[in-house]
Design a binder for this molecule. Structure first.
Ligand code: PMP
Length: 436
């Protein structure tokens, strides 16, 4: 007989902190036992008990094409048969970087790493080296990985667990980070007026999706570009989550490309690894050439540019064509409308917040009038309605993100059948949210 989720979770908890290797997976904010997954294909995941769910987590971003896309699995199998890791350069790495640059030409040079955390950490180090300055500006509710300097008011799992930051970050490091409210240009101007000559960089999620989805107000990112240029600081646009998910050229393709500007540095991850560990930092050639072995900024990785992982990323980008982005956009629109319809029918005031194909739900009358534009507004929503809503969906075989502070991820494999299953589950979930 197969084990139950409760049994394997209990065993995991006895040997792994919280039973998970990344906090949000533990269902901390929604409660209950997380299904332990045995397999995934297309729009569906299956747990160790043999239950199938329509998946809206998508590995938190990488599964743009759907799980285990045949072309990606084939590329991985072929690469694996040639060897798992060499610690020497391969042509696949250059091909993947070329595919990234084709979509985002202002990523003139790119360095591959294994996680988004490494990418943002390297971007900060570069910014400090180039400017000779020490301070970094980040926005409350934006998550950039578990880099010491970027954990203050960081959204994602910290929002889920209601943590202001992390223990174990030294006061000296914390003092080098200025945390500002998101979507508030006056706050950025004031920070530059006060600390301008010491600010190395402003780092921002291209469109924040780790405090729930909070899109930038029109012109916000362009204004960050203008202000950083005026004050000699670098702009780091974190597209680990949005990159090559919200469109062919990521969020930059929806904004900077049209408006004719670019950040100094981008960070990418998730989709460019197609489900295996690949992330990247890229941008201005002169800045990127500060990296060793060309320049004095050290950065390295045993598994960086791993041949199997880069093969998965390359195959994913090769298959992420205009049809994929159209399909994902259409599925997302249909789902947003279905959620809104069900919640309105059940009389639950809410705002549907979205950026490209990413969306999340903010509950409460406050959110319903105008939506949430920053982390403080997000925290003031009725986020406790999400747990019952989430569990009613799970009960009906729909796996939404287990936190109100995360985006919902749809894939190109979310076809009519998958979407219909979600739609069928929504009325009961909406009633659960109403009764919460
Ligand atoms: N930046 C953003 C915007 C992210 O969403 C994430 C992960 N969710 C990261 C950085 C960190 O990436 P990783 O988990 O691969 O370290």
């Amino acid at each position: 007989m197969s084990p139950t989720n409760a049994e394997v979770f209990a065993h995991a908890q006895s040997v792994i902190p919280g039973g998970v290797n990344s906090p949000v997976r533990a269902y901390g904010s929604v409660g209950g036992t997380p299904p332990f997954l045995a397999s995934a294909r297309g729009a569906y995941v299956t747990d160790v008990e043999g239950r199938e769910y329509v998946d809206l987590v998508g590995s938190w971003g990488p599964a743009l094409l759907g799980h285990a896309h045949p072309a990606v699995v084939e590329a991985v199998q072929q690469a694996a048969a040639r060897g798992l890791s060499f610690g020497a350069p391969t042509t696949t790495e250059t091909e993947l970087v070329a595919a990234i640059r084709h979509r985002v030409p202002s990523a003139e040079n790119v360095r591959l790493v294994s996680t988004g955390t490494e990418a943002t950490m390297t971007a900060l180090r570069l910014a400090r080296a180039v400017t000779g300055r020490d301070l970094v500006v980040k926005f409350a509710g934006c998550y950039h990985g578990h880099v010491d300097a970027l954990l203050a008011q960081a959204g994602s799992g910290l929002a889920t667990l209601a943590l202001p930051g992390s223990a174990g970050v030294s006061a000296a490091v914390a003092a080098e980070t200025i945390v500002l409210p998101y979507n508030d240009l006056a706050a950025v101007e004031a920070a530059f007026a006060e600390h301008g000559p010491r600010i190395a960089a402003v780092i921002t999620e291209a469109a924040p999706a780790n405090m729930g989805v909070v899109p930038p107000v029109p012109g916000y990112n362009a204004a960050l570009r203008r202000l950083t240029l005026e004050h000699g600081a670098l702009l780091i646009q974190d597209e680990v989550l949005t990159g090559f998910r919200v469109g062919f050229s990521g969020w930059w393709g929806l904004e900077g490309l049209r408006e004719g500007w670019s950040p100094d540095l981008f960070t990418f991850g998730k989709v460019i690894g197609g489900g295996l560990p690949v992330a990247a930092v890229g941008g201005r050639r002169d800045v990127m050439r500060m990296l060793a072995p060309v320049g004095p900024v050290y950065q390295a990785g045993t598994l960086s540019g791993n041949p199997v992982a880069t093969a998965a990323g390359l195959a994913t980008l090769q298959h992420a064509d205009a049809t994929v982005y159209r399909t994902v956009d259409e599925a997302s629109t249909r789902l947003r409308e279905a959620v809104t319809h069900a919640l309105a029918h059940a009389g639950v005031p809410h705002a549907m917040q979205w950026a490209g194909s990413l969306f999340s739900i903010m509950f409460g009358p406050g959110a319903a009038t105008g939506g949430a534009r920053d982390y403080a507004a997000v925290q003031a929503t009725e986020h406790w309605r999400y747990g019952p809503f989430f569990h009613a969906l799970l009960e009906a075989g729909v796996s939404a993100p287990p936190s109100p502070f995360e985006a919902w991820f749809v894939s190109a494999a979310h076809d009519d059948e998958a979407l219909s299953r979600i739609e069928a589950a929504l009325p009961a979930a909406a009633r659960a949210a109403a009764e919460a």
